[in-house]
Design a protein around this ligand. Structure first.
Ligand code: NOJ
Length: 564
């Protein structure tokens, strides 16, 4: 197998607005990232994915791009981006950017032109349709399709009395990939960034570049917004594979770069192979969301704390499904969370009683799976969900749309507890560097409130504690990269041990020359576990009391790597 650099990498995602604020205006910036590159290198990272820092009105924190060729002043300048690439490369770290192909901001000059008249040459850069008139002469959206950010997938534009499609916010019109001229513009832009020295892309919302062009209503039941959440109308449709193949042929294949496409939920393993199979010639890997919501909190906004259940069995089944399904056919990335999810510590760990133990268990699994792992900034210190007490503390555009509608049938407290569990703001709080004001992120009030626990959970403190989550992530990365184990941990076979065990997530990792077992008690209760094969050596244990036994008395969230 080809053992190229991105297969041997350990990735780290940075959400730029919340990482480190070098100029104390309350927003993280590129110079801030440069000043933390040594921290990232010491962690053992050699690949960074940075969220969008293009010029943007920030309706969706930069995913609404108004100029692809410039850096938003909030984050710095184009020169800062070039310095960041250079400084990262000096330290042996590759940089990939977030590439937004599905939409632009409504403030992008293309859209301003496009909306100006029916005959504008850029009209077909976006997706325009006539509305439908009812029997009273009232105009309605062309279809009943819903958007991911609540409400309709269409927005009426008074200038030409047509609707433009937007599957995210009103300020994010969808691009029309059916237009050859638009495709060429996007290819030119991506090549330009590669020419600046970046090493590849995380490609945003890639599953949606094609839609059902007959624009027929969905037959799905309508939701509270009177729209059908029928993502199939604009997800994983056959035409998009032609667009992406062309992108690969005209751009990606010309560079030694790597790509991770975001396919989100709803893409099957077979679709994964179509996007990122070795023979697909599209992307190198795809992020799916299938392991992210293995408790019952997603979309369940009226849930009591005592009714939340982590389904370890289902989590193991899902990891296994993807790993076996992609085996020999394509490469996989793994991650616990990104900027669109709650903090994994709060979701699958136990921040109150077993912070260190559950944080190190999560790291053990992530860093011993086959493929390329991605750590999300703050995960390495076990950052938690927010403790906000007002809906107004949540700044995300989706939250605002959701809260408006939820107020009609839920109490403020119910909405708040749902947002504290599920909202994207959880992952977007300022990075907790130390116990100083604002967690050392800035000396200015941050763009989004800190979590109140930064005096307890922060980088500075964990650097001094030998067994902290941070130091354990460093150890685990070191083990993953150690030539004694790397072949097995990165490329070896994966096989679940006791797949029906509801608490212990355990698996074999094997090559012809080595056999490792990873054994993790994914539970706050102790559990006994019978090892299937005797082992002779404990490589790692997050309790440091490991012994060689046939029946292990695993402690809460105990995690081990052993060699047979
Ligand atoms: C996926 C990104 O991860 C998310 O943050 C964003 O809101 C949507 N795509 C739209 O760009």
């Amino acid at each position: 197998m080809d053992k190229t650099w991105w297969k041997n990498s350990v990735g780290y995602q940075i959400y730029p607005r919340s990482f480190y604020d070098s100029n104390n205006d309350g927003v993280g910036d590129l110079k801030g990232i440069i000043s933390k590159l040594d921290y990232i290198k010491d962690l053992g990272i050699n690949l960074i994915w940075i969220g969008p820092f293009y010029k943007s009105p920030m309706d969706d924190n930069g995913y609404d791009v108004s100029d692809f060729y410039d850096v938003d002043p909030l984050f710095g300048s184009l020169q800062d981006a070039k310095d960041l690439i250079k400084e990262a490369h000096k330290r042996g770290i590759k940089i990939i950017l977030d590439l937004v192909l599905n939409h632009t901001s409504d403030e992008h000059p293309w859209f301003i032109e496009s909306r100006s008249s029916l005959s504008n040459p850029k009209r077909d850069y976006y997706i325009w349709q006539d509305g439908k008139k009812d029997s009273h002469g009232h105009l309605h959206a062309p279809t009943n399709w819903g958007s991911f950010f609540e409400g309709s997938a269409w927005n009426h534009d008074p200038i030409t009395n047509q609707y433009y499609m937007k599957i995210f916010s009103d300020k994010m019109p969808d691009l029309n990939w059916n237009s050859p001229a638009l495709r060429e513009e996007m290819f030119k832009m991506a090549s330009w960034w590669l020419d600046q020295g970046i090493d590849g892309f995380r490609v945003d919302a890639i599953a949606h570049l094609a839609r059902e062009l007959s624009f027929s209503d969905s037959t799905m039941p309508l939701n509270a917004h009177h729209v059908a959440p029928d993502w199939g109308k604009f997800s994983n449709r056959p035409e998009l594979f032609d667009y992406l193949k062309e992108f690969n042929e005209k751009v990606l294949s010309k560079y030694d770069c790597m790509t991770v496409g975001e396919v989100g939920g709803g893409a099957s393993v077979e679709a994964g192979v179509k996007y990122a199979g070795y023979d697909a010639h599209i992307f190198n890997m795809v992020f799916n969301f299938d392991t992210c919501w293995k408790n019952n909190i997603f979309g369940n906004d009226n849930l009591k704390d005592e009714d939340i259940r982590i389904n370890v069995l289902d989590m193991k089944r899902t990891f296994n499904l993807w790993i076996q399904g992609m085996k020999g056919k394509g490469w996989m990335p793994h991650y616990w969370l990104n900027h669109d999810h709650p903090r994994v510590m709060s979701q699958y760990g136990d921040p109150l009683h077993f912070h260190r133990e559950s944080g190190t268990l999560l790291g053990t699994i992530l860093l011993t799976l086959p493929g390329t792992p991605f750590i999300y900034n703050g995960e390495e210190i076990g950052m938690t969900n927010v403790d906000y007490t007002s809906i107004d503390d949540f700044t995300d555009v989706w939250v605002k749309n959701y809260a408006k509608q939820a107020k009609t049938h839920l109490s403020e407290e119910q909405i708040l507890s749902h947002l504290r569990r599920t909202s994207r703001n959880n992952a977007r709080t300022p990075m907790q560097w130390n116990d100083q004001a604002y967690g050392g992120f800035s000396t200015h009030v941050p763009h989004q409130k800190n979590v109140g626990n930064y005096a307890l959970i922060n980088v500075e403190k964990q650097l001094t504690e030998k067994d902290s989550i941070l130091n354990t992530y460093r150890t685990l990365i070191r083990i993953r990269k150690d030539s004694k184990y790397s072949e097995t941990l990165i490329y070896g076979d994966f096989k679940l041990i006791h797949p029906k065990d509801e608490n212990v997530f355990a698996y074999h990792r094997k090559t012809a020359n080595q056999h490792l077992m990873i054994i993790c008690n994914f539970s706050k209760e102790p559990h006994d576990f019978t090892v299937p094969t005797q082992y002779r050596h404990v490589i790692f244990n997050n309790y440091q009391n490991a012994h060689i036994r046939k029946v292990l008395h695993l402690k809460p969230y105990e995690a081990m790597i052993v060699e047979v």
